[in-house]
Design a protein around this ligand. Structure first.
Ligand code: ADP
Length: 469
């Protein structure tokens, strides 16, 4: 018998598996040859297996490795157990495990042990492994004990301003992605959507207390004066490479003044940036112009962050975007399965009159917040800002003598960024990258977040079209 080179060295095939006495003696013709080859191969497979199983050295090595791993694991468990005890006893502050242990993964393990002891609840359903805890430490979350995985799906292609997007949506609401995708299809098959940013500026409005209402008015006059703006802008700009103050508008309420600072923030959503700038301006004003001014709060709620408020609806916050498309009549019939007349009538009755009856504030839409929130979570935005970011006016009207459907969404306060916060985390960054807007724009600071804001508005419009039909 002939074994292939290499195989013969490992195992003498005919000796160990098929003794010569059992080998075919009439191995003639093609079929006999094939039969022989088949047997040899089978023999080789068995021989390989035997060789592996029978190598005592390998077995010992494997056993040794396993033993070492087991011992290491036991030592680790012991160490974690000791650290948990110390944490429970208050010897290590539970909030400071990351800094005290200089190991974010270990800190999470110990904190889970502490939590289990504290609550008597199993955390087995909350995943721990497979997450880069270092990336969130000191930036995104504290007292971390695990993470909540969310499915991410894509809606698209969405043709917007001549470019195709696959829009990542993180949600557990069944049918949301499929429905948005249907809207994208209607838009894309009708030639796409067009969007424009009509205004941009992140705002912060500290509440300032003066000895009298008249002094509050003095402050308003001073800071709103065109003569003083450059000085305030200079102070503001000294705190950031990207933050640039555009305007300050003051509302006086008795002895209090609410100064709404509005700033360009490049590709950052801008809350941190604008807060730093405003702080520097206020320090300067107290030192040099208004020593009798007291800062009651850096945010006086006229900003207005994460609350439903008319000021964002009217004045805008973040990106103000308008997006439109003309959906051809046959797409309305075939994809949206409705008629132009019906969908226009429903929009008026529901999104305009119905929302007016409900006293809605910026809620003149079908479900903008569904898409905004799913996109925000997927791309690392501040999900709590979905409140103002979801303010949206959806308008539908007949176009081309009733043959087609015109749709628009006007969204005055989409707050997004492509740098800072959760946008730098690997999964969220991958979603931003899918849209081609990850990180800081190298050409024009702000271009990436501007594009993202328009994608948000267009995806919302897709969602509106689908839900309304
Ligand atoms: P936010 O103000 O949205 O909370 P951060 O201030 O935490 O965001 O993060 C923005 C950071 O990114 C700042 O340190 C800023 O200097 C930096 N940065 C780098 N490139 C850009 C850019 N193109 N636009 C805005 N910020 C940028």
């Amino acid at each position: 018998a002939v074994a292939e080179p290499g195989v013969a060295v490992l195992c003498p095939v005919d000796v160990r598996v098929s003794p010569p006495s059992q080998q075919p003696t009439l191995a003639t013709g093609r079929s006999a040859g094939r039969e022989q080859t088949k047997r040899r191969r089978a023999a080789m497979r068995v021989a390989y297996r035997n060789a592996r199983e029978e190598d005592p050295l390998e077995e010992i090595e494997e056993g040794e490795q396993e033993r070492q791993q087991r011992e290491q694991h036991e030592l680790e468990q012991q160490r974690i157990g000791q650290l948990v005890e110390k944490t429970v006893a208050g010897e290590i502050p539970v909030h400071a495990l990351e800094t005290q242990l200089s190991d974010c993964d270990l800190a999470v393990r110990v904190r889970r042990g502490w939590l289990t002891q504290n609550t008597n609840k199993s955390l087995s359903g909350l995943p721990m492994q497979g997450f880069d805890y270092k990336s969130v430490h000191g930036v995104c979350a504290e007292m971390v004990v695990g993470y909540v995985p969310l499915p991410v799906g894509v809606a698209g292609p969405l043709l917007l301003n001549g470019k195709q997007y696959q829009v990542p949506l993180a949600t557990v609401e069944g049918a949301l992605i499929a429905s948005t995708r249907r809207g994208c299809k209607a838009i894309s098959e009708s030639g796409g959507a067009s969007a424009r940013v009509t205004k941009q500026g992140m705002t912060r409005a500290p509440v300032l207390l003066f000895p009298s209402a008249m002094r509050a008015c003095d402050f308003q006059e001073w800071i709103e004066s065109a003569d003083n703006l450059p000085r305030v802008q200079e102070k503001f700009a000294s705190t950031s490479r990207f933050g640039r103050l555009q305007s300050v508008k003051v509302a006086v309420a008795g002895k209090q003044a609410y100064a709404r600072f509005c700033c360009a923030t490049g590709d950052a959503m801008g809350m941190n940036m604008v807060s730093k700038g405003v702080n520097a301006v206020l320090d300067d004003l107290i030192a040099n112009e208004f020593p009798d001014m007291q800062v009651l709060g850096l945010s006086g709620n006229m900003c207005c962050d994460k609350k439903a408020a008319a000021i964002n609806w009217v004045e805008g916050r973040g990106y103000s975007v308008v997006v439109e498309a003309t959906i051809s009549g046959d797409v309305v019939t075939k994809v949206l399965k409705t008629t132009v007349q019906d969908v226009v009538a429903l929009n008026t009755a529901k999104n305009l009159v119905g929302s007016a009856m409900a006293g809605a504030l910026g809620g003149y839409n079908a479900h903008a917040s569904n898409i905004v929130t799913a996109l925000f979570i997927a791309t690392g935005q501040d999900a709590a800002q979905n409140i103002e970011s979801s303010q949206c006016l959806t308008l539908l009207s007949a176009a081309n003598d009733g043959a087609d459907l015109h749709v628009s969404c006007t969204m005055p306060s989409i707050e997004v960024g492509t740098v800072g916060g959760g946008t730098g985390l690997a999964p969220q960054r991958a979603c931003l990258d899918l849209l081609g807007v990850a990180g800081a724009s190298t050409e024009t600071p702000g271009a990436n977040s501007r594009e993202l804001a328009m994608v948000v508005a267009a995806a919302v419009m897709a969602g509106e079209l689908s839900l309304m039909s």
